[in-house]
Ligand binder design. Structure first.
Ligand SMILES: *[C@@H]1O[C@H](CO)[C@@H](O)[C@H](O)[C@H]1NC(C)=O
Length: 335
């Protein structure tokens, strides 16, 4: 009797100290702030990037990844942590073009339900992509460790890459996806031959959105300087299916599919989203194009009408003058 009580107490204590969280259910995202206060903060991620509301900043340089295309010789560790699939990265990979030098730590993915084309965390103009890649870096000049940097403003820099479905297989993403079957259950790990992480990025690194936000998973620290690329990358439908259908969020049976591991949109509040590029004319919507075209058409018609009436009036006046001249001369002849 006493023993059962003791077990219960231990169980309750363990549950309180538990860092257990999920995306849905009793430990789902609505409940994160109760256990992880920063998840209820005012500078959270992900956000919807409304391109009509971003601020162009001509000072934002193209992002320069270093060492990304030199994979080295060491095997990389690929891990199913029950929330996502995560690849560890060596510190020979780092970023320049940010206020600080940021060293790479890991990358991971977010995706949707089986068959869903909406699994990204960030959205652009309220449109989600099929999946999203996050490459996590920390400011190693200012902080001794990732865990220290993760709690400090701008301690982390994360690259967000939106992934959509295209016609062909993306060989770079296959370096990760082809190993998923080796780590189907939570806690499993495998080794992956090094490859060029650069190929996971979109070709144009000069066009991106920048804002101050947070980790998108508990403890949701508001320490992330975000870079979300404007350009998306493409993987095949089969590759997306592999991502959606291979992994489990549980250690064993009964198994639960690891799907829909994205956080819902968070309010922007007082924050500014910067853009490294100017939205040019080609970014007009169809509606804007139509009204612009219609405006030009109506304007031209009005101008033509005005010209037509003026010419007509001049002609009338001219012919009247000619008549009066004729009359005068006729009169003169009569005289
Ligand atoms: C992020 O926050 C820092 C510190 O408050 C500020 O200096 C910087 O301009 C902010 N960056 C963006 C992109 O808003």
């Amino acid at each position: 009797m006493f023993f059962t009580l003791l077990l219960q107490v231990i169980w309750i204590l363990a549950a309180f100290g538990d860092e257990h969280w999920t995306y849905e259910g009793p430990h789902g995202q609505d409940h994160w702030p109760a256990s992880f206060p920063e998840c209820g903060g005012s500078a959270q991620s992900p956000i919807n990037i409304q391109t009509s509301s971003v601020t162009f900043d001509s000072e934002l340089p193209a992002l320069q990844p270093h060492g990304y295309d030199q994979p080295g010789t060491k095997l990389l560790e690929l891990h199913n942590n029950g929330h996502t699939v995560q690849l560890s990265l060596p510190p020979t990979l780092y970023l320049e073009g940010l206020p600080q030098k940021y060293v790479a730590v890991q990358l991971h993915l977010h995706w949707g339900q089986k068959g869903s084309l909406m699994g990204s965390e960030h959205q652009i103009n309220s449109k989600a992509a099929a999946a999203e890649l996050h490459i996590v870096h920390y400011d190693s000049d200012s902080y001794d460790s990732l865990s220290e940097a993760a709690k400090s403003p701008q301690g982390l820099a994360v690259l967000g890459i939106l992934i959509e479905v295209g016609e062909t297989e993306n060989p770079a993403y296959e370096h990760i996806l082809s190993h998923l079957h080796e780590i189907r259950y939570k806690g499993q790990m495998t080794s992956v031959p090094p490859f060029s992480v650069k190929e996971l990025l979109p070709p144009v690194l000069a066009q991106y959105f920048r804002y101050n936000g947070s980790l998108t998973t508990p403890p949701c620290y508001q320490s992330v300087l975000w870079t979300v690329f404007s350009q998306k990358v493409q993987i095949s439908k089969e590759q997306l299916e592999k991502l959606q259908e291979t992994l489990f969020s549980t250690e064993k049976e009964p198994s639960q599919s690891l799907v829909q591991n994205y956080r819902v949109l968070q309010p922007l509040n007082q924050r500014t989203v910067l853009a490294s590029f100017n939205q040019d004319e080609s970014s007009y919507t169809t509606g804007e194009m139509l009204s612009l075209g219609l405006g030009i058409l109506i304007g031209s018609v009005c101008l033509l009408l005005v010209v037509y009436f003026i010419t007509k009036k001049i002609q009338k006046k001219k012919s009247r003058n000619e008549k009066s001249v004729g009359f005068t001369s006729a009169h003169a002849t009569v005289e």
